[in-house]
Design a protein around this ligand. Sequence first.
Ligand SMILES: Nc1nc2c(c(=O)[nH]1)N[C@H]1C(S)=C(S)[C@@H](COP(=O)(O)OP(=O)(O)OC[C@H]3O[C@@H](n4cnc5c(N)ncnc54)[C@H](O)[C@@H]3O)O[C@H]1N2
Ligand code: MOO
Length: 401
Amino acid sequence: MSVPTSANPSFPMHVSVAEAREMLAALLPELETETVPVAQALGRTLAADLEALVSHPSATESALDGIAAREADTLSASAETPVRLKIVGESRAGMPFDGEVGAGECVRIYTGAPLPPGADAICPVEELADDGPEHVHLLRPAFPADVRPEGGDFRAGETVMRAGLRLSAPRVALAVALGHARLPVRRKLRVALLSTGDEVIEPGLPLQAGQVYDSNRVGLSAMLGESGCEVIELGHAPDSPASLQAAIAGAGGADVLLTSGGVSMGKYDFMRDLLIERGRVSFWKVRMRPGGPAILGGWNGLPVFGLPGNPVSSLVVFHVIVRPALTGQPVQSLKLRAATPFRGLKDKTAFWRGVIQDGEVGDYGAQGSGILRSLSDADALVIVPEGGGVQAGELVDVVLL
Ligand SMILES: Nc1nc2c(c(=O)[nH]1)N[C@H]1C(S)=C(S)[C@@H](COP(=O)(O)OP(=O)(O)OC[C@H]3O[C@@H](n4cnc5c(N)ncnc54)[C@H](O)[C@@H]3O)O[C@H]1N2
Ligand code: MOO
């Protein structure tokens, strides 16, 4: 075929990174809800708001190991003028004191144990001196701030987590504390994964000159797993239309197909040809570097996103376009001071690899899309907008890797 150029496209070319992200997201299905044990919910998207079924703390309790007393009795306490209180009992977590604390009295109490009626403040063991088995000296006042009020964290009936939240480890733990044993979550997106290229070979095989190990497939599969997707492994296909079609036929049941390689300007870039000549194209090429040749389209009703073969390009496109579209989670960027200059590109957003040191981000060095070491050595992608450029000392947007 004659490769389409900006002069004669029958589909959008050179879209922005944000447009590419939105166009991919628009091709993905709405995912059904399923209920899973909370221990299996890590990485999933919450499908409904979650109410607290219980309050936390479930009773007003102590935040420290020490004694519970009446604050008013202890206000004058200091190391020089200790206050002496009578110990009338003990409150342990799960075994509360069953009486009331009166004037001049206290109970020994432990972290998480219920505060007995009458007491309103805590003095920790470090500030106590024993005076026989039944009395204690306070070396400073007891503080009400060391009492944790019932429901101070959340109250039963309160909506604490919102639908759409991505369930990180702390959020799964919170869901358990709210009283949930099972959670409504979106089913996993099913992503078929195929790498292409005659020169690409399985890890472990002897490497001939001109060949390269299939690092993209393993890396992309790992990143899809981390993103909460179910991966349908299609393996690797050589550069021919027939073998690509045969491999894609294995993607039945997938929601989207992700491919690596064969999307740029070369004669043997058959993924591009397949979509343009026999499939459907939503866009080809994104105004970004690396990753410019990415293509989005469809094959027999299956959305297909073609990542460039260059490993750095495929990683960057995954981070800033594919993952946010697949997960619905925005790209998280933050501002850091630049330790070195970063050049801008006239008509492309640049995502340079950066190294973070002492709170500043510096140029990783070799920025070629074939520099595989930058994949593991770089800490961040430094975003330089189209037509921009960054001087050392300026603030710059970065995405952590
Ligand atoms: N004349 C032009 N040539 C190229 C252009 C261009 O605009 N004009 N764009 C360049 C850019 S930018 C990129 S990125 C690459 C992308 O090309 P493809 O997507 O067609 O990728 P391939 O040619 O198949 O491979 C590129 C490179 O990556 C290695 N590779 C491929 N698959 C894997 C894999 N699974 N694991 C590890 N490495 C892989 C492959 O051996 C090549 O070295 O095109 C530029 N060319
Ligand atoms: O993106 Mo290519 O991605 O510049 O090497």
